[in-house]
Ligand binder design. Structure first.
Ligand code: PLP
Length: 488
């Protein structure tokens, strides 16, 4: 660490210390794996070493607790359990029923939601469940009534033909990709862009902020069935009460995808109008980003959508993953502890420190700052593309991802932005002083990187930069170890 920094580390996030029992469990597991396929044991060990040795600033990643990780490695994985609690298509699901009920109870209590569905295998799956639930509630059910039928089995072939036509003609309004929206919000590489006729809202060209009047105008003109709010790369909060007013005015269902900021909602950093759950008809999330659980998704819904969401499997999901639902229950139980609120608060404070550190050093940020866990740096001010900046940072041990910025001159592949997120390093114990130092190291790398020729990908890092930054990062990382106590 440089002589000027007197960085004192804060405590690691609760539950990430590795007790002797967890070390023993991992050692035993790796020995067993090694006896069957040594390459997998080696890759697993190496992944831990790599994660320990790099500054992980990818906004969508985190480090789950040993309790969450260990929960996934059990025979719960061996059980088929299509259906819902108490209504399974397989016998012998009593223990999976317990697992799913406990996970759903924690989700309802944590987020104050009337209903929670914990089966989705990922965030994309959660969104697909939500879309079909809304279509079933808003389009299919009225069509059944119109056809004089009470059940889909009562529909004639002609009724089906009409229903298919209606289902295939619905409109969705979501945030544009370059403003920070996600592929699942109606964009072509995802099925949502083929299922729906899509229209998007962007951000104000000067401030980079969401313009609610423009969203309302787009909603009035386009009249969507579904208004989607939520993002992957927008560094600001959204007023969900206003989004609900817009949805109500045009008769749309408000669906919020809080995949990125669910940890800030769980930790009560986002309350009132910043908390989507009371305002949205349906809220979806991943469980592995700021929420710090296993990879997976979940859907929260107002009661009127509960029955339709419940049909996620087998409508669009394969059989549930009981071992992952168990790990979701453990992670949600962790997130209900008071210490998680401290963790969530620190995620937001650290993002501010990182943003301020960039701004003080002359960098340009999309929207001029942050009030969530994301900082979006415009690297054109360093004369670089996102691709060049991402590669140079990686060479110096700083793991980030390139990202489009609004009206990106370099397109979606090379991009002009780098997205940073604070949840993972906050889990390790980084505080505001460490994040200011991270800003200094990132600026050091980018000011010492030159594009090579006219290439948008090739770059040259000045001699000694990678070594200098890696050494400084190693000091920060050593002072804030990942899974302290875990020795393999
Ligand atoms: N929704 C948003 C807003 C996301 O950012 C992501 C992933 O990055 C997803 C959904 C998809 O999550 P998953 O990768 O678990 O399918």
């Amino acid at each position: 660490m440089a002589a000027d920094s007197t960085v004192t580390s804060s405590a690691p996030a609760p539950g990430t210390e590795c007790a002797d029992t967890a070390s023993t469990a991992y050692r035993a597991a790796l020995q067993v794996i090694e006896s069957v396929e040594p390459r997998i044991a080696a890759a697993t060990r190496k992944e831990l070493a790599d994660q320990r040795d790099s500054l992980k600033l990818i906004a969508s990643e985190n480090y789950a607790s040993p309790a969450v990780l260990l929960t996934m490695g059990s025979w719960l994985s061996d059980k088929y359990a299509e259906g819902t609690v108490g209504h399974r298509f397989y016998a012998g699901c009593q223990n999976v029923d317990t697992v799913e009920s406990v996970a759903a109870e924690h989700a309802r209590e944590l987020f104050g939601a009337p209903y929670a569905y914990v089966q989705p295998h990922s965030g994309i799956d959660a969104n697909l469940v939500a879309y079909w639930a809304i279509l079933a509630s808003r389009v299919e059910a009225p069509s059944l009534a119109e056809a004089g039928a009470r059940h889909v089995n009562d529909l004639s072939e002609k009724d089906w033909e009409e229903l298919r036509h209606k289902l295939g003609n619905q409109r969705l309004l979501g945030m544009s990709l370059d403003a920070g929206g996600h592929l699942t919000h109606g964009f072509r590489p995802n099925i949502s862009g083929k299922m729906f006729s899509q229209h998007s809202y962007g951000t104000d060209p000067d401030s980079g902020l969401l313009d609610y009047d423009a969203v309302a105008a787009a909603a009035r003109e386009f009249k969507p069935l579904i208004l989607v709010a939520g993002y992957s790369a927008y560094p600001r909060r959204i007023n969900f009460a206003t989004m609900r007013e817009i949805a109500d005015e045009v008769g749309a269902t408000l669906m919020v995808d809080m995949a990125h900021f669910a940890g800030l909602v769980a930790g009560k950093v986002f309350t009132g109008n910043d908390d989507p759950v009371p305002h949205a008809h349906v809220t979806t999330t991943t469980t592995h980003k700021s929420l710090r659980g296993p990879r997976g998704g979940l859907v929260l819904a107002q009661q009127e959508y509960a029955d339709a969401v419940d049909k996620g499997c087998p409508m669009v999901l394969g059989g549930p993953l009981p071992h992952v639902m168990a790990a979701k229950a453990v992670a949600l139980a962790e997130a209900r502890q008071p210490a998680f609120r401290v963790y969530a608060q620190r995620i937001a404070e650290n993002a501010k420190a990182l943003a301020d550190g960039f701004l003080r050093r002359g960098a340009r940020l999309v929207t001029g700052g942050t009030d969530n866990h994301i900082v979006l740096l415009d690297v054109t001010s360093f004369g670089l593309t996102g691709r060049q900046a991402e590669s140079a940072l990686l060479e110096a041990g700083v793991v980030t991802n390139r990202n489009s910025i609004p009206a990106d001159p370099n397109g979606a592949w090379y991009t002009s932005g780098i997205r940073f997120g604070t949840p993972a390093l906050t889990t390790r114990g980084f505080g505001v002083a460490e994040f200011d130092r991270v800003a200094e190291l990132v600026v050091d790398v980018l000011t010492n990187t030159q594009p090579e020729g006219s290439s948008k990908a090739r770059y040259r890092l000045a001699d000694g930069t990678a070594e200098r930054v890696r050494a400084a990062a190693a000091e920060l990382l050593a002072a804030n170890p990942l899974y302290p106590g875990l020795a393999l």
